[in-house]
Each structure stands twice: as C-alpha cells, then as structure tokens.
Ligand binder design. Sequence first.
Ligand SMILES: [Mg+2]
Length: 113
Amino acid sequence: MRSLEEMQKAIADFCRERDWDQFHNGKDLAIGISTEANELLDLFRFKSPEEALAAHPEEIREEIADIFFFLLRFAERNHIDLDEALKEKMEKNSRKYPVEKAKGSNKKYNEFE
Ligand SMILES: [Mg+2]
C-alpha cells in the first residue's frame, strides 16, 4: 500500500498535468468531498444496506475512491497532515466517548447522563 504522501503526490501530478490547481481551492475541494459523499449515499436510497452493497459494489468502490481523492487533495492543498489530524481527533473522541459510557451505545456524547 502506498503512503498518504505518495498518493497525494500522484493526485497532485494528475491535477498539475491537467492544469487543475487553479480550481482546487478549499471551498471547491470541500464541495467535492460533500458531493462525492452524497453520490455514495444516493446508491443506498430506497434500499437496505445489504441490497445496496449487493446492487452497486463497483459504484460504491468508485465513490469511496472519489471521496478519498478529494480528501487527500484538500489536505495536500491546505497543508493538513492527515495522520496528525486523525490522531488528534481520535484523542478528542476518546475523551468525548469514554469506554465506560459509550460501549455498546449509539448515543451522542451530549446524550450521556
Ligand atoms: Mg463520484
């Protein structure tokens, strides 16, 4: 598996060759993440999770890749270290969702008693 940096470089090269840097500002890349996430969501419309996964395996794989593309590109263009950001957010989440309160629960952190 390639590193995040290697994947970001491959995307940057792909975009540079097409002169797309001019379009890849924070706003438009954020729209890209959201749009692609909604394309994934659309595959599940009016279906059970199992039906959607069985009906659209290739499309789901492609939409996940689209989301990942925009996520990697957003982070690269905005100098965000994804590994660090994820680590920090997981630490934050572990404080918001302590095991003793969150284990087996689907409650949001502000619903804990
Ligand atoms: Mg797509």
